[in-house]
Design a protein around this ligand. Structure first.
Ligand SMILES: CSC[C@H]1O[C@@H](n2cnc3c(O)ncnc32)[C@H](O)[C@@H]1O
Ligand SMILES: [Zn+2]
Length: 432
């Protein structure tokens, strides 16, 4: 007998071999999708009637700092350097284990509610982040964010912490947690440190998550100090490869785009954060044309200021169209691919499609709503008309984390109460 059968659904499989199914079923057993389309199986522990709903793969958020829900609305309307150096970093220095744990739980609630089933995170107090992810039921690729600023003692300590985290948590939570190395950026990590991180990641067979060319200031810094941009600098030290997840990638030349595509680097496009911090417009249409694996991420809550991947999809499509003055770029189907199939590939997880043998990371979107009516083209609605609040059911690894808008995996009220308490205490510590 199956664990879950979802029936009577419009199934947006994202599987190119199968396409969409008007009224089909998805069967789940032991956390894995065992059938999609039609099924001979009619009994299951749980049957979900998804009539008037769209069943699709959960969205994959490829760049996040989940604990930063703590700083949602804390420092707005300024450029990255000032935002980080004068506000966020001093505030993070005051945050402790309890704060990051509480902030990450809020992020998990927000992501589950808005249809994200997996995310890549780079942050601090990572044992607490991993504990929160384990409890939430979500899937995540976690990395401890390391900065050395050229200080060799700090570099040693940071790499030790990063390595311990990678080794301790990889494969934990029934395989839902995987780990990566997280050197912060080429302008906050020294050349030697980045070389050591790459060597360590290769030894541990782990991926690397890094911010790259987010701002023009980074480009200027790299040119002044190394005579080349971050993309060429990282190429020079043999850093690039399909194991790397590069967030932002805004300030790219055509040559940089070729390097990223040739080395099969995964790129996380963080359009809303880039717009809010006025960092610039990433050349996403060109990256996709060059064959790069472009995915979507929200970045942290302090530069977005939410974790809704539906907003990210729509904004990514619209900004590329208007900035290239070409309405044909980033059509809805391609944006959906970025948020599902491409994201799963970047995190090396067997998710992102509804297909036999894939992880049962699935969401159901409620279509019985004025803003989704009529429904000629489901992909169009998912990108241009829907939002995170339309997600009514979220399943990860075959476990229901939200059903009919009701969170089933976490105690939502107590998490929100905890956030009130910890944020108040944190701000009073920062201001004292
Ligand atoms: C050391 S953990 C990660 C580190 O990154 C900071 N951060 C958050 N958003 C951004 C961004 O857009 N660019 C660069 N760094 C960012 C976060 O506050 C943590 O300190
Ligand atoms: Zn970031």
């Amino acid at each position: 007998m199956a664990d879950i059968i979802i029936k009577n659904a419009y199934v947006l499989t994202m599987d190119p071999d199968k396409g969409d199914i008007e009224s089909g079923v998805v069967v789940i057993e032991d956390g894995i999708i065992t059938e999609v389309g039609s099924s001979t199986e009619s009994t299951a522990e749980k049957i979900i009637d998804a009539r008037e709903g769209v069943v699709m793969p959960g969205l994959v958020n490829t760049h996040c700092h989940a604990g930063m829900t703590l700083f949602r609305g804390y420092a707005d309307d300024m450029p990255l350097k000032e935002w980080l150096e004068d506000h966020i970093w001093p505030a993070e220095a005051q945050a402790g284990d309890e704060d990051i744990y509480g902030g990450t739980l809020v992020a998990c609630l927000e992501m589950i509610r808005s249809g994200t089933t997996a995310f890549a995170d780079m942050y601090i107090h990572m044992d607490m982040v991993a504990q929160a992810v384990e409890e939430s039921g979500m899937r995540a690729a976690l990395s401890y964010g390391m900065l050395d600023f050229g200080d060799t003692e700090k570099a040693d300590a940071e790499l030790k912490k990063g390595t311990e985290f990678v080794r301790e948590w990889n494969g934990k939570a029934d395989g839902r947690i995987t780990t990566m190395y997280g050197p912060h950026a080429p302008n906050t990590c020294s050349r030697d440190f980045l070389i050591r991180v790459k060597e360590q990641a290769v030894r541990d067979n782990a991926g690397i998550h890094i911010h790259v060319l987010e701002t023009e200031a980074e480009l200027d810094h790299m040119k002044e100090n190394f005579g080349m941009c971050s993309i060429h600098f990282l190429k020079d030290i043999d850093f690039w490869g399909p194991d790397v997840l590069a967030a932002h990638c805004v300030w790219l030349s055509d040559g940089d785009i070729r390097i990223l595509a040739e080395h099969k680097v995964n790129i996380s496009h963080n359009v809303i954060s880039n717009m809010k911090l006025a960092s610039g417009i990433a050349p996403v249409a060109k990256l996709l044309s060059a064959g790069a694996n472009v995915t979507l991420g929200t970045d942290g809550c302090a530069s977005n200021n939410n974790l809704d991947m539906f907003e990210e999809m729509k904004t990514a499509a619209l900004l590329q169209k208007v900035s290239t003055m070409d309405p044909t770029v980033l059509p809805a189907s391609q944006v959906l691919e970025m948020a599902t199939v491409n994201g799963a590939k970047a995190l090396s997880i067997n998710s992102g499609m509804l297909k036999e043998g894939y992880n049962a990371d699935i969401i159901i979107v409620d279509m019985k709503q004025p803003h989704l009516s009529p429904a000629y083209d489901i992909a169009s609605h998912m990108v241009y008309a829907a939002n995170g609040k339309d997600v009514k059911t979220t399943i990860v690894n075959g476990k229901i984390l939200m059903e009919d808008h009701e969170i089933t995996c976490l105690d939502e009220q107590s998490i929100l109460e905890r956030m009130k308490r910890i944020s108040k205490n944190l701000v009073s510590r920062i201001n004292s």
